[in-house]
Design a protein around this ligand. Structure first.
Ligand SMILES: Cc1cc2nc3c(=O)[nH]c(=O)nc-3n(C[C@H](O)[C@H](O)[C@H](O)COP(=O)(O)OP(=O)(O)OC[C@H]3O[C@@H](n4cnc5c(N)ncnc54)[C@H](O)[C@@H]3O)c2cc1C
Length: 229
């Protein structure tokens, strides 16, 4: 069955921005963290968070975590887990869990093409039948899965705010693939609800720095941004 890629924010550090501000203030104060944390007004917190993000004192962002559940294709989970720093992953096992809900993501360009769409779905059904038959024959799930295409997977991810900012920077860029871009945009939307100041300027380099590092491969959005300036 076709499913959509999605990223849900399941949990996050209490007072995500206050933690960052406390860490920042502690660096320049003789007071203890508990006292600083308690006495800061909301305005002070916002001011400090803006300052540290603006000046790149971003190790302070590492004191705040966001925990997501992500549903996506295995093509994209492979791209997601390439990010090594400040992230933790747990992915549903195909060794222990039977893929009897054979869910998959259909790329929009395949979906738009009637013939390609039909071919894609027929092949998925074939592969599902073969996979389930192999299991019925007594082949272990961990071996039957070798026939599986890159169907849907479930993965939970913890990012600290700094690593999430990095992920968003790389993966909201138009040069990133469409599925991971959808997820990065969803994550950004979710965290903006709970940590609006940390993420107020998060996005791809063309939006945050007014520069595109992609050179000849640039999508061209930077030219439009510069035209408007
Ligand atoms: C548009 C796009 C296309 C891509 N295409 C490809 C591709 O074709 N093939 C491919 O293999 N990957 C590809 N990638 C993945 C990319 O190369 C990175 O592996 C991935 O984006 C994770 O980024 P990162 O290494 O910066 O993150 P992290 O692993 O979280 O690292 C964060 C930062 O820590 C530092 N760091 C981490 N590890 C080291 C280290 N060992 N030594 C020194 N500094 C370190 C670096 O400054 C790094 O930026 C692509 C990514 C994007 C966004």
């Amino acid at each position: 069955m076709e499913v959509k890629p999605k990223a849900e924010l399941i949990d996050y550090t209490d007072n995500p921005e206050r933690n960052v501000a406390t860490a920042a203030r502690l660096c320049y104060s003789k007071k203890g963290a508990a006292q600083l944390n308690e006495e800061m007004s909301r305005e002070k917190v916002e001011d400090l968070v803006r300052k540290v993000v603006g000046m790149g004192h971003t190790s302070t962002l590492e004191h705040t975590y966001f925990f997501f559940h992500v549903q996506c294709s295995r093509v994209t989970s492979h791209q997601i887990v390439r990010q090594r720093i400040g992230t933790s992953y747990s992915q549903r096992s195909q060794r222990y869990v039977t893929e009897d809900n054979f869910d998959y993501i259909i790329p929009p360009k395949i979906k738009k093409n009637e013939k390609a769409h039909k071919m894609f779905k027929d092949k998925m059904e074939d592969l599902e039948d073969t996979y389930l038959e192999l299991i019925e024959m007594g082949i272990p799930k961990e071996d039957a899965r070798f026939i599986l295409p890159t169907i849907k997977t479930n993965i939970v991810i913890s990012y600290n705010a700094r690593s999430l900012m990095h992920f968003i920077r790389l993966r909201t860029c138009n040069r990133a693939q469409w599925e991971i871009r959808i997820l990065a945009r969803q994550m950004l939307k979710e965290v903006k609800k709970v940590a609006p100041v940390i993420f107020e300027n998060a996005g791809p380099p063309c939006e945050t720095d007014g520069e595109c590092p992609e050179g000849d491969l640039s999508c061209g959005k930077i030219d439009k941004i510069k035209e408007k300036q």
